[in-house]
Design a binder for this molecule. Structure first.
Ligand code: ADQ
Length: 489
């Protein structure tokens, strides 16, 4: 049977996760004799290409240690202080230190060295996210001829933002070393094509463009999802009910407006609190009838910009509290901790409004989880940023521009007064979309495309290619059922 090898920055931990990406990939891997490679979370004095294998809950995990310096350059440095902000169009938040690139490449080479001794010729390799863009190049240099796919979980940037990234030419060349590059949304495929068109324009204007030879690399959108049916079940589980009841009692009939995010500047949290402030400012009658709950556990707090956004959010919450609180009513609760998925499902179900307003986001799984957790007889309303990949799927959300506080406040007012019939109609269509784009379908579609055309009809046209202008008609996916059955059957 063809094995599947998954590679990502970290491997899933020992704590059982209740849903989401790790669970979906775990399920996919469970059907194979494959393994998952990533950084162990431990540091070592000397870099080593020896992967340690262990079995966690039936999943084979291979882990490598990194030196502290390499990890800093690769993770906090090049990945999260250059690639993450630039890909999210926050050039103002980048910290461009070109020397980090060497550490980034060194770690990718170390991943390749760790992988090669364990590869078999027909293994399929699936690499995840911006930390590991050069991995296919490193593997090809080591004569690996297997099918290798890459999936980008974050948005693809505009040409200008790409140009601001040191060594971006190498990174583009690295992308086309993969057989398949998967993006979250058509927007991202279009952004890739825009870069190609931009270089062409530059050439026509007499410049020396950077030419990306796509070769056989296929680029396409594979929007990720959650498991909405699992969330529907989870939302009525005892642990979810416990959280639901506890918070409902404290709310005493007030409508909950809920945000759940990792604390990250891409999620638009101070702007969101600002929009809530507008809602209270413009609608005095709502003041004692609503309550905003924002859950945002800190992340990446070794990076200065993350400490700054945390302070900005503290200040915004303090401002709204000071401005509107009364001795017997608080407008907002801000919680800086992570909750189990069951507790989150209970909160999602209680919330009359789900506020998902990132400034830019690859997909945003909270939107999917919120939809999955609703009570079909009394569903809440999803308010969703136009700049989340999820906006390409959830047309029945109230779509807003997160930079526009008035528009977002107005959407909250509309959501709070939306009649039950409209809430039900919108939610039914949202749930259908979440089910159609569930995480199992995502993994299956991606791996089907990664299997490549050679296993079915070698003359079949491939899927949307990066060199095509944005908006070109897509050819239908080639059927690779035979391969699919051999891998997953
Ligand atoms: P993230 O930026 O981490 O992921 P997101 O898609 O919102 O963003 O996923 C967050 C996950 O973390 C959800 O499953 C959510 O339940 C969980 N989570 C958030 N806050 C939590 C809390 N307080 N307690 C417990 N769990 C919490 C990146 C990209 C996204 C893309 C995903 C998947 O930035 O755009 O959707 O990968 O591809």
């Amino acid at each position: 049977m063809t094995r599947l090898i998954i590679v990502s920055n970290r491997t899933p931990g020992k704590a059982p996760a209740a849903g989401g990406l790790a669970v979906a990939l775990r399920k996919t891997l469970a059907r194979h004799d494959g393994f998952w490679l990533g950084w162990s979370g431990s540091f070592t004095e000397k870099p080593s290409a020896e992967a340690r294998f262990e079995t966690i809950d039936g999943l084979t995990v291979a882990q490598i240690d990194l030196t502290r310096d390499d990890h800093k350059a690769y993770y906090a440095g090049f990945s999260n202080s250059i690639l993450w902000p630039a890909f999210h169009l926050r050039l103002d938040l980048t910290d461009i230190q070109s020397h980090w690139y060497e550490g980034y490449r060194r770690v990718n080479a170390q991943f390749a060295d760790a992988l090669v001794p364990h590869l078999r010729p027909d293994d399929v390799i699936w690499v995840h996210d911006y930390h590991l863009i050069p991995l296919a190049t490193e593997l090809r240099r080591r004569n690996v001829r297997n099918r290798i796919g890459f999936y980008l979980h974050i948005p693809f940037p505009t040409p200008d933002a790409l140009h601001a990234i040191p060594h971006h030419e190498d990174l583009l060349q690295d992308l086309v070393a993969y057989d398949l590059v998967g993006f979250q949304a058509q927007r991202d495929v279009a952004a890739f094509n825009e870069f190609i068109a931009h270089e062409q324009m530059y050439k026509e204007a007499g410049g020396t463009p950077f030419v990306v030879e796509l070769g056989d690399t296929v680029l396409d959108a594979f929007p990720i999802g959650s498991d909405p049916d699992a969330f529907a079940q989870l939302a009525t589980s005892p642990n979810a009910r416990k959280m639901y009841k506890r918070v409902a009692r404290a709310m005493n009939g007030r409508a909950v407006i809920l945000g759940v995010d990792r604390l990250d500047y891409s999620k638009g949290l101070p702007q969101r609190v600002g929009a809530y402030e507008k809602l209270l400012e413009n609608n005095a009658r709502l003041r004692r009838m609503v309550h905003m709950i924002q859950i945002a556990p800190p992340s990446r707090d070794t990076i200065k910009e993350y400490r700054v956004i945390s302070e900005e959010l503290d200040a915004a919450v303090g401002r709204v509290t000071g401005r509107f609180a009364e001795p017997d009513w608080l407008p907002i609760t801000y919680v800086k901790r992570a909750y189990s998925q069951a507790s989150l499902a209970g909160l999602y179900r209680l919330a009359r409004v789900g506020l998902v307003t990132p400034l830019r986001d690859g997909m945003n799984l909270v939107a999917h989880e919120y939809v999955g957790s609703q009570d079909p007889e009394d569903p809440g309303v999803l308010i969703l940023s136009r700049f989340a990949g999820a906006a390409e799927i959830f047309h029945d959300a109230l779509l807003i521009n997160p930079f526009d506080a008035d528009e977002t406040a107005e959407a909250m007012r509309e959501a709070l007064s939306m009649p039950l019939a409209e809430r039900k109609a919108r939610w039914t269509r949202l749930m259908e979309a979440a089910q159609a784009h569930n995480v199992d379908n995502w993994a299956a579609d991606y791996l089907d495309a990664l299997a490549g055309p050679q296993t079915s009809n070698p003359t079949a046209p491939s899927r949307l290619r990066g060199s095509m202008p944005a908006g070109s008609p897509q050819t239908p996916p080639t059927s690779t059922l035979a391969f699919w059955r051999s891998v997953f059957g």
